[in-house]
Design a protein around this ligand. Structure first.
Ligand SMILES: [Fe+2]
Length: 325
């Protein structure tokens, strides 16, 4: 710009800063010298809070919803573990959502696909209950973990007399934040499928991973850890943790957001002066930058889902060893 070109606004007319700020408003600019909240700060400011949800509550509510929410909404007959902070009705932690879901006996939930990556752990299943992933029927037995990555068609079908319960995990809050959300229903509503594949790479069978975690190396006294994969999802991982009764597992705070599900057992999580007494089927959220301690009062098996792969990919994974461990 040459010096002879004039600004649209005569900023030289401003006699003081308030007057300059007023003129800045007319050209849709904000000053950086008197910003009310800093844009950069010394360490993470966590807005989300640690939280705990009980399966016995979720199960009873979903059973009731089975009477009141019709089959046409079956794929949305779920309970969202929205973090209890003002203005939030979805995310469990900043990047991830966890939701309890139920399908009635001999019911189906229409097939669809979306850009968010999804995963589920079955709480109450049956050999006659399936997730159909890209045309293949994958059995859903209790403890099984099933993947439906970005873009894969998936629907649910029960040929059982029993209600089936599971927990879904999605990176949808992250996708909402970044923008690339796409969702579509399958043209056949429920995707046609004849082939059953219990050995699909999209299924981590409880019967397979349970003995493997028992044989895995200890990562802390009384704690064994098994990361399930491949395949891996780009944004979040799944780690099965076995805690022996009496274990007290102190975990340093890190930049990863985590959601735990109790596959088996009972225990207590201590975080931020609070205690969560958990048992089978419960979930608890541990947002990033909170140190916490997980105590097993009985032998326990936990599933930990976290955005650690995302943080590592972006080179933003940090652990604060000074604050516990
Ligand atoms: Fe889905």
């Amino acid at each position: 710009m040459s010096r002879t070109e004039h600004a649209e606004v005569d900023f030289d007319a401003a006699q003081d800063l308030p007057a300059l700020h007023e003129l800045l408003d007319t050209v849709q600019m904000k000053n950086g010298w008197a910003k009310p909240t800093p844009s950069l700060y010394p360490q993470p400011k966590q807005v989300f809070v640690p939280a705990h949800w009980r399966y016995r509550d979720a199960r009873a509510a979903l059973h009731a919803a089975g009477r009141l929410v019709g089959t046409e909404w079956a794929e949305r007959r779920n309970l969202i573990m929205a973090n209890p902070i003002p203005g939030n009705d979805y995310a469990t932690v900043r990047t991830l959502v966890g939701a309890y879901q139920m399908i009635k006996g001999h019911e189906s939930a229409r097939s669809h696909r979306h850009t968010p990556n999804a995963m589920r752990i079955v709480l109450e299943g049956s050999p006659d209950m399936y997730t159909i992933v890209d045309g293949v029927k994958i059995p859903m037995l209790a403890g099984d973990i099933l993947l439906t990555p970005n873009g894969c068609y998936h629907g649910h079908l029960s040929e059982s007399d029993q209600e089936g319960y599971w927990i879904d995990f999605l990176d949808a809050p992250l996708v909402q934040h970044l923008g690339p959300m796409f969702f579509e229903v399958h043209p056949d509503a429920l995707e046609k499928s004849e082939r059953v594949d219990a050995h699909s790479p999209m299924r981590f069978a409880y019967a397979d991973y349970r003995p493997r975690v028992a044989d895995a190396a200890e990562i802390a006294p009384g704690v064994r850890s098994l990361e399930l994969g491949p395949p891996k999802l780009v944004t979040f991982d799944r780690v099965v943790l076995q805690l022996a009764a009496g274990t007290q597992w102190q975990c340093a705070r890190s930049t990863a957001n985590r959601i735990f599900t109790v596959i088996e057992g009972e225990g207590v999580t201590h975080v931020d002066g609070r205690t969560f007494e958990w048992r089978t089927g419960d979930m608890f959220a541990l947002p990033s930058w909170y140190p916490y301690r997980v105590d097993a009062s009985r032998d326990a098996l936990l599933l930990r889902v976290s955005d650690e792969p995302l943080m590592r990919m972006l080179d933003w994974y940090r652990v604060d060893m000074s604050a516990g461990q």
